[in-house]
Design a protein around this ligand. Structure first.
Ligand SMILES: NC(=O)c1ccc[n+]([C@@H]2O[C@H](COP(=O)([O-])OP(=O)(O)OC[C@H]3O[C@@H](n4cnc5c(N)ncnc54)[C@H](O)[C@@H]3O)[C@@H](O)[C@H]2O)c1
Length: 272
């Protein structure tokens, strides 16, 4: 799909999870060499083995991206293993094992963990990869933020919403600061994505059926939808885009106050 990406070298964080694993598979299909990072050893190694069997070049490492020293060491190792770094995709994030709570009830350590996993992590990774990417002649960073960056989170708390909103500020500023090194920095904002974990969670509730009824395009966002947006932002096709974000939410952010069925029922087609 993007021939210019063949032979590029990418770090994908949070690669053991739903979106991260999908990004890794999509990148491998473009013949991008991969360094995959996650805190979860077993699913990470299973994915790395799957991709190597399919012919991909893959280095995998257990890295806590909230730990700046660990990230610096892993970035140096990835540069050695792949011969350079051209692309960085910051996927790692989520609720970091915390329970949802109202802002007035969030324990300070939970706030720190969520901000660490979703925001500080991207800062550590961008800082550690900027020199290797400059040495490689430039490249692209994509931060996986969320529709919550510009609205609020349905399942998680204010810490998550604030961290993902902060990620957009980091995206803009890093885009400016790294522009002279030929490094573009952008973000994707997924709405609810039907990952394996989400499929399991949603199947136990009415969520699996209710989301398609609420969004203009009438379906869940799939992992591949997010991976495709990230491929675009990494490729030469988006060479004029930096400091911006791409919303991947089947139209949820439009904010129609009624479900699409009600909206269209009030406006019968051809009735003008
Ligand atoms: N699934 C959705 O609906 C959705 C919507 C919007 C944004 N997002 C964002 O997309 C990203 C991926 O989400 P997902 O649904 O695939 O979730 P997931 O929980 O399946 O994957 C997240 C991965 O990040 C890893 N991770 C978390 N903290 C880490 C750390 N400190 N160091 C290294 N790895 C760490 C986890 O181990 C996990 O493998 C997250 O940033 C999430 O906030 C998801």
């Amino acid at each position: 799909m993007y021939p210019d990406l063949e032979g590029r070298r990418a770090i994908v964080t949070g690669a053991a999870g739903g979106i991260g694993a999908g990004v890794a598979r999509a990148f491998a299909a473009q013949r991008i060499a991969l360094a995959l990072w996650d805190v979860q050893h077993e699913p990470l190694e299973a994915l790395a083995a799957e991709l190597r069997t399919a012919g991909a070049t893959v280095a995998s490492e257990v890295v806590d991206v909230a730990d700046s020293a660990a990230v610096a060491a892993a970035a140096a190792a990835a540069e050695r293993a792949l011969g350079g770094i051209d692309l960085l995709v910051n996927v790692a994030g989520g609720n970091a094992g915390t329970r949802p709570a109202l802002v007035q009830d969030i324990p300070g350590e939970d706030w720190d963990r969520v901000v660490g996993a979703n925001l500080s992590s991207a800062f550590h990774c961008i800082r550690a990869c900027s020199d290797p990417m400059r040495r490689a002649g430039g490249g692209a960073v994509v931060n996986v933020a969320s529709l919550a960056s510009i609205t609020m989170s349905l399942h998680f708390g204010a810490s998550y919403t604030a961290a993902k909103a902060g990620l957009l500020g980091l995206t803009r500023h890093a885009a400016m600061d790294l522009s002279r090194d030929g490094i573009r920095v952008n973000a994707v904002l997924p709405g609810p994505v039907i990952t394996e974990v989400m499929r399991l969670h949603a199947s136990k509730s009415t969520l699996i059926d209710s989301i398609p009824k609420q969004v203009p395009l009438g379906r869940w966002v799939e992992v591949d939808d997010v991976a495709n947006a990230i491929l675009f932002l990494c490729s030469r096709a988006s060479s004029a885009c930096t400091g911006t974000h791409l919303i991947v939410d089947c139209g949820l952010h439009i904010g129609c106050p009624s479900p699409p069925d009600v909206y269209f029922a009030q406006r019968p087609s051809g009735s003008a």
